[in-house]
Design a protein around this ligand. Structure first.
Ligand SMILES: CSCCC(=O)C(=O)COP(=O)(O)O
Ligand SMILES: [Zn+2]
Length: 202
């Protein structure tokens, strides 16, 4: 996708996000219209393609996407995700090119069990988020939920560990990011695997 964020770029981004959403929905991670996805189309000014609000994320088409600015406000298209402002904040503060938000049972359950953060170590799967399997302890932060995206963004920025491209939002779900939609997908699948292991395996 080029830097312009034009109509064709938006439709292309919509097709990519629809395919990613269908995959996550097939795993049961976006039930009942939950979750949202975004991809950065330009950095200066910051413009993101974000999934439209309230849609069944397993049935998105390339048209179910909205161009938003750095505050998450619609620039082109219909009503963006209610969490568009948080996507923009994550993209701006981490430099990520794509952001994934899913409502997984494991993220909410582990957020309840470990409200201070989830310690991860000695797992081969840590390589999937760019960490060595052994010798380091990485924390997956847990932040309190808020309906105010600015407040939630402050909490996420304060808590995030630069070694871990993800944050659990307590009672809500999981935010994960990556350089592009494909890497964000891989990070999401790895982090969710780690959460499921912590929930069931220890
Ligand atoms: C039942 S989903 C509640 C809203 C939410 O948390 C979510 O992720 C979906 O919101 P959107 O506006 O992106 O559809
Ligand atoms: Zn949500």
């Amino acid at each position: 996708m080029s830097a312009g964020g034009g109509a064709r770029d938006l439709a292309e981004a919509g097709a990519v996000l629809a395919a990613e959403a269908a995959r996550f929905a097939s795993f049961g991670w976006m039930r009942g219209t939950s979750g949202n996805l975004s991809v950065v189309l330009s950095r200066d000014p910051l413009r993101l393609a974000v999934t439209a609000s309230g849609r069944d994320k397993g049935e998105l088409t390339s048209a179910d996407v909205v161009l938003v600015d750095e505050r998450g406000a619609a620039v082109q298209g219909g009503r963006p995700s209610a969490e568009a402002a948080l996507h923009a904040r994550v993209a701006a503060s981490t430099g990520a090119g794509a952001v994934v938000h899913v409502h997984t049972v494991a993220s909410v359950a582990m957020g309840r069990r470990k409200p201070g953060g989830i310690l991860l170590r000695d797992l081969e799967m840590l390589k999937g988020v760019g960490q060595p399997a052994h010798g380091v302890e990485v924390t997956l932060p847990v932040v309190a939920n808020s309906q105010d995206m600015a407040e939630l963004g402050d909490r996420l920025e304060a808590a995030r560990d630069p070694r871990m491209p993800a944050v659990v939002v307590a009672g809500h779900g999981l935010y994960v990011w990556g350089a592009d939609p494909r890497q964000a997908r891989h990070h999401t699948e790895v982090v969710e695997w780690l959460l499921e292991l912590e929930l069931t395996g220890r």
